[in-house]
Design a protein around this ligand. Structure first.
Ligand code: SAM
Ligand code: SF4
Ligand code: SF4
Length: 379
């Protein structure tokens, strides 16, 4: 195996100050970026810490006891997050996903959920409010989160074999506890639940069929995610990516699958339904999804903005710089000023990294370029 170079860099240092544009930008809900893409989906990272060390995200060699996490004073408060979310809603956001790090490590997260659940979109509807978690604390927190107004959860689980899973989370965490978390979320009514599995060739691709077998017909939607070249620390290599097309092929050797329409515009997953004896989708058997961020770019419809734990706005998962909204917030900006600043940033957005990846010179693609970490900005 070739030697891996894991650069030790702090991606958080690259910040752009968020400026107020000369002309105010009104909140019409019709904001488009430079490529005509609306702003609909906001992913909010509530912590940069995690109790797992998944080797594709927070490898132990980098995120060790000497790693410096953000101090508490740097984090956006719940009030600051809620205020910014309101401004994003005014620009057209309808869906909010809480993420991290591990979001359930953020103290009193249910208080933030309550505040966000009280907001209304421009159509007067509650937000589509969801959370991505590694499931380790879900058993304890599912009922409280539901009572606070959380609608759904996505749980990450990279295999059913205990040894494989413990190796991947690298903190010896057992599968059984995550499955109990998923069951608790199901009985709390946090559905439809999605389970995300990152597939690394040679590491957990033998878990594709057991995972599908386990979740088929359970009401839970299993989604296979291509291992991505996010960040600069996971030693990503293309030969460890198992293309989604191959995942579908493997599944089809066991069960007939039929393609389904996307559930919403800009949806990242391609959906496939398990077919019944008549060859048509049988809803009682459910569906699977594949997220092909590497082999099939979906930037054209990307309507997602990402807010980091300390209030930087990132326009792409593969961005290498963020726009500092916290300074504006803490500097006394009005809601209209915040809206203008966010509006101007979004209008200037041209990001489409996944579409360009194959054409970039090696120093600007794969792990060659300094970029934010997934554990910092969330999925
Ligand atoms: N800790 C939570 C969790 O694991 O669900 C939330 C944050 S985690 C960064 C969000 C999602 O990103 C998870 O589903 C994780 O599997 C995925 N992820 C992290 N690094 C990835 C990579 N290199 N390629 C693909 N997915 C990745
Ligand atoms: Fe933690 Fe999630 Fe990253 Fe795994 S994928 S290290 S659980 S933040
Ligand atoms: Fe969106 Fe960037 Fe991913 Fe393309 S690469 S889909 S622009 S986050």
């Amino acid at each position: 195996m070739s030697e891996r170079v894991i650069p030790l860099v702090d991606q958080r240092l690259q910040t752009l100050s968020a400026r107020l544009p000369a002309q105010p930008i009104p909140t019409t809900g019709l904001l488009n970026d430079a490529l005509g893409r609306p702003l609909r989906d906001l992913r909010i990272s509530v912590t940069d810490r995690c109790n797992f060390r998944c080797n594709y995200c927070m490898p132990k060699e980098v995120f060790d006891k000497n790693y410096t996490y953000l101090p508490h004073s740097a984090l956006l408060t719940f009030e600051e997050i809620t205020r910014l979310t309101q401004v994003f809603i005014a620009h057209g956001v309808r869906k909010v996903r809480l993420t991290g790090g591990e979001p359930l490590l953020r103290k009193n997260l249910e208080t933030l959920v309550e505040q966000l659940a009280a907001l209304r979109t421009l159509n007067g509807q509650p937000l589509d409010l969801t959370l991505t978690t590694n499931g380790s604390l879900l058993k304890r927190k599912a009922a409280t989160l539901k009572a606070a107004g959380l609608q759904r959860v996505t749980v990450s689980l990279d295999g059913l074999d205990d040894a494989v899973f413990r190796r991947m989370n690298d903190v010896d965490f057992p599968v059984a506890d995550v499955l109990e978390g998923i069951a608790a979320a199901q009985s709390a009514g946090l559905g439809p639940i999605k389970v995300n599995m990152v597939v690394k060739r040679g590491t957990n691709d033998d878990q594709i069929l057991p995972m599908a077998r386990h979740f088929r017909g359970s009401g839970i939607v299993l989604r296979f995610i291509e291992y991505m070249d996010v960040g600069a620390t996971n030693g990503w290599r293309m030969d460890e990516v198992l293309p989604s097309a191959e995942v579908i092929q493997r599944l089809q050797q066991e069960w007939p699958l039929v393609p389904l329409e996307p559930a919403a515009p800009g949806e990242t997953a391609e959906r496939w339904g398990y077919a019944g004896p008549d060859g048509r989708h049988d809803p009682s058997l459910g569906e699977v999804g594949v997220i092909s961020s590497v082999t099939q770019a979906f930037c054209r419809d990307c309507n997602r903005a990402r807010l980091s734990t300390e209030g930087r706005l990132y326009l792409c998962l593969f961005a290498h710089q963020g726009h500092d909204l916290r300074s504006l917030l803490r500097g006394g900006a009005s809601d209209a000023e915040l809206a203008s600043a966010i509006g101007a940033i979004w209008q200037g957005r041209r990001d489409r990294y996944s579409e360009l990846r194959a054409f970039l010179p090696p120093e600007n693609s794969g792990q060659g370029r300094r970029r934010i970490e997934m554990s910092y900005i969330g999925g």
